[in-house]
Design a protein around this ligand. Sequence first.
Ligand code: GTP
Ligand code: MG
Length: 195
Amino acid sequence: MKLSNAKFYKSVYKYEECPRLQQPEVAFSGRSNVGKSSLINRITKNKKLARTSNTPGRTQSLNYYNIDDKFYLVDLPGYGFANVPKKVKDDWSELIDSYLNYRENLIGIVQIIDARHKPSKEDKMMVEWLKASGLSFLIAATKVDKISNNKRAQQKKVIFKELALDKNDNFTFFSAQTGEGSKDIYNYLESLLQL
Ligand code: GTP
Ligand code: MG
């Protein structure tokens, strides 16, 4: 799987603005500032593709990236960021909600969580929704470069317990800094696209 030909295609602020496309799309979801855009940049080997930031809530639209005209990666706005006006928050949740529930091109989700922490209430809700929806998903626990090898095994247990995952669920640790886990993400995308 080669993603190095990724090109920015479109930002979508309202569900109705989603493009009419033939190709399937895979979306990247997770709480604000967890590292969604950094993960996309790492796997596409393009540091400038998706804008990353220390300021949570940077990505406020669905951002479409075209991969060789074969499929699209979609960077979703992060959830769980308290420090924004209610109106903005409502618009975001409406956008994500419609996208997740109605978008026919959507074939899978890479659900990104923070490897260092217990999954948040929103993470749990998201994973519950994913399981109920029947949509394919991969959990990527990112920023793993920030924890020790000992802590890793412990965190994996916590994550599996909190999100009620079992060995049949797709899970990987990831680091945008070291690239660890990229291969698991490529394999996941490959398995999805061969369906
Ligand atoms: P929003 O668009 O605001 O929802 O954020 P996001 O989820 O796209 O996060 P983003 O990729 O902008 O990263 C947020 C911060 O975390 C940045 O300062 C990144 O440099 C940092 N970061 C992201 N991934 C990693 C990682 O794997 N390791 C480390 N050490 N830092 C990371
Ligand atoms: Mg982002």
